[in-house]
Design a protein around this ligand. Structure first.
Ligand code: SF4
Length: 318
């Protein structure tokens, strides 16, 4: 099977089940440089929208994936290693995929560009949009998201409010809390007011659960997160753990698949196991040689151990 350049996964997603990721911008081109980002520091912070990867290449890969893959997926998710709405033809990507499959399309975005009418129009064709809202006050916004200087918290919230007015699909708002940054009482009250205006269908509360870009981005405790969930009411949920039946993966491409998934973000053994549908003991058997070869690095965060890719290697198939 020829490798895919713009697709990755299926990956385990706590919100979308098993989703096939589509990367619309090269690694870490983003409008933000979040302190909790699990894929590292932003290398190009920008507001410039352009066709970062050719639409036709993406559609051809999706077509090929649908022909070659036997495992089932729940969503195509436009996300990846940067901000997907920076792609100026994201609408053509969504429309192109819809012409060839009925699998729903999710857009995972930081929501920063929704203040632009053209971006709001582009996302109208997605089935579900998952924007972030980590802060409402300017101070917390600058601290946690470290946005491009052309952005402001006010503008970002207003963009979400305007998008809700025209978008008929589902909006699942994610709020990620870092201790001492966006968890103050005042911030929570202002967030609740903003949420009342945005009217999301669901609110997903999260904290730092994977190795962050900045080591000082500290998670909240389960108890603190639960308290916040109660403040936000019935639509709020703490993002729950992935729990799906396994899908089949041939022995020959397990290592390749592990590297492909870890290239996008660090994952724990359990994350990988759940996403790939392979028992942890068996996965360890494949991971250990990759650690010994120096292809995968082990990193501790909190009480968990995560694996991340450190360099590319050629996998010889048996
Ligand atoms: S978490 Fe998302 S929005 Fe924040 S820097 Fe990383 S890719 Fe960009």
């Amino acid at each position: 099977m020829k490798p895919f350049h713009h697709l990755y996964g299926p990956v385990p997603s706590r919100r979308l089940g098993r989703s096939l990721g589509i990367d619309l911008v090269p690694h870490k081109i983003c409008t933000y440089d979040c302190i909790y980002c699990q894929i590292g520091k932003t290398t190009q912070k920008t507001l410039v929208r352009k066709e970062y990867v050719p639409v036709m290449e993406v559609i051809e890969e999706v077509e090929r994936f649908l022909k070659e893959e036997t495992s089932s997926i729940d969503y195509f998710s436009l996300s990846g290693s940067g901000e997907p709405t920076l792609h100026s033809k994201i609408r053509s990507v969504i429309e192109g995929i819809k012409e060839i499959t009925s699998i729903p399309i999710a857009v995972i975005t930081n929501g920063s560009l929704l203040y632009l009418e053209e971006v709001r129009q582009d996302l109208l064709y997605a089935d579900v949009v998952l924007p972030s809202l980590d802060a409402v006050s300017s101070d917390a916004f600058l601290k946690i998201n470290r946005p491009d200087e052309g952005l402001s918290a006010e503008r970002m919230v207003e963009g979400l409010v305007q998008f809700r007015k025209i978008y008929k699909g589902q909006i699942w708002l994610e709020i990620l809390f870092c201790r001492g940054i966006n968890d103050h009482q005042d911030e929570l009250i202002r967030m609740k007011e903003a949420i009342n205006r945005i009217k999301p269908d669901q609110i997903h509360i999260n904290t730092v659960v994977r190795p962050p870009s900045e080591r000082w981005a500290v998670p909240l405790s389960q108890k603190e997160i639960e308290k916040i969930k109660n403040i936000f009411g019935d639509k709020a949920s703490i993002i729950s753990e992935f729990d799906r039946p396994p899908f089949s993966l041939t022995e020959g491409n397990i290592k390749e698949e592990i590297l492909k998934i870890l290239r996008r973000r660090p994952l724990s053994l359990n994350d990988l196991s759940e996403g790939m549908g392979i028992p942890t003991e068996e996965l360890e058997r494949h991971i250990q040689p990759l650690i010994l070869k120096g292809s995968i690095e082990v990193r501790s965060f909190g009480e968990s151990v995560f694996y991340e890719v450190v360099k590319e290697i050629q996998i010889s198939r048996p």
